[in-house]
Ligand binder design. Sequence first.
Ligand SMILES: Nc1ncnc2c1ncn2[C@@H]1O[C@H](COP(=O)(O)OP(=O)(O)OP(=O)(O)O)[C@@H](O)[C@H]1O
Ligand SMILES: Nc1ccn([C@@H]2O[C@H](COP(=O)(O)O)[C@@H](O)[C@H]2O)c(=O)n1
Ligand SMILES: [Mg+2]
Length: 214
Amino acid sequence: MGTADTANKDLTFSLAEKKPKVVFVLGGPGSGKGTQCAKIVQHFGYTHLSAGDLLRAEKNSGSENGIMIQNMMNEGKIVPSEVTIKLLQKAMVESGKDKFLIDGFPRNEENRAAFEAVTKIEPEFVLFFNCPEEELERRILNRNQGREDDNIETIRKRFKVFLESSLPVIEYYKAKGKVQEIDAAKPVEEVFEAVKVIFTPKVEESCWCRCVIL
Ligand SMILES: Nc1ncnc2c1ncn2[C@@H]1O[C@H](COP(=O)(O)OP(=O)(O)OP(=O)(O)O)[C@@H](O)[C@H]1O
Ligand SMILES: Nc1ccn([C@@H]2O[C@H](COP(=O)(O)O)[C@@H](O)[C@H]2O)c(=O)n1
Ligand SMILES: [Mg+2]
C-alpha cells in the first residue's frame, strides 16, 4: 500500500475515533454562509471549515492539484470529492476539535455520498441559507475580497451549479427532516437572530414545566 493510502486511512481512523459533531452549512453563492459561520464560532464554539477556502489554500500551496482546482473554480464547477474530502478530514483532525461547521459542502450528490461512505459521519443537521438570486448577485459583486470567481460570468455559472447540483442535496436532507432553513435575504444581524434560535440548546419541556410549577 502507498504512503498516501496509509495517510488517508490514518485520517479516517482518527476521525472515526473522535465521532465529531458536524453541521453542514449550505446556500447559494453569496448567501452569507461565511459571514454567519464566523458569528456561530464566536457564540457557540464550533470550528468553521469552508470547503471553498480549503480548496483555495490548496490551489495556492502549489500542490499537484492546483491547476485542476483553479480551472474548476474558474468555471464554477465542483472539484472531485476525493480532493475536497481529504482536505476536510485533514483540517478536522489537525484542529483537534470535535464540533464543526462545514461550509459549502456537500455541494453535489457525489460530495454527499462520498463523505458519508469515507467518514461514516452523519450531520446533526443542515443549515440552509435561502436567498433570491438578484440579492446574491448584488452581494457577490460588492464583496471585494479579490476572489477570481467573483465576476459576472463565473457567478452565473455558480448559480446554475447551485440550482442543478446543490439544491438536490438540500432536498435529500429535507426528506430526512434534517434541514433548518433560514431567510438569508434579511440584514446580517436579523439572520443571526434566527441562527441563534437553532443553536441555542433547548430546555427540556418536562424541566420547563417543573420550573413553572415550582
Ligand atoms: N445578510 C446579509 N445582508 C447583506 N450582505 C450580506 C449579508 N450576509 C453577508 N453579506 C455580504 O455578502 C457577501 C457574501 O457573504 P459571504 O461571503 O458570507 O457569503 P458565502 O455564502 O460564504 O459566499 P460564497 O459561497 O461565495 O463563499 C459579503 O460581502 C458579506 O459581507
Ligand atoms: N464542496 C465544494 C466547495 C467549493 N468548491 C469550489 O470552490 C468554489 C468556491 O466555493 P465557495 O463556497 O467559497 O463559494 C466553488 O464554486 C467550487 O468551484 C468545490 O468544488 N466543492
Ligand atoms: Mg464563503
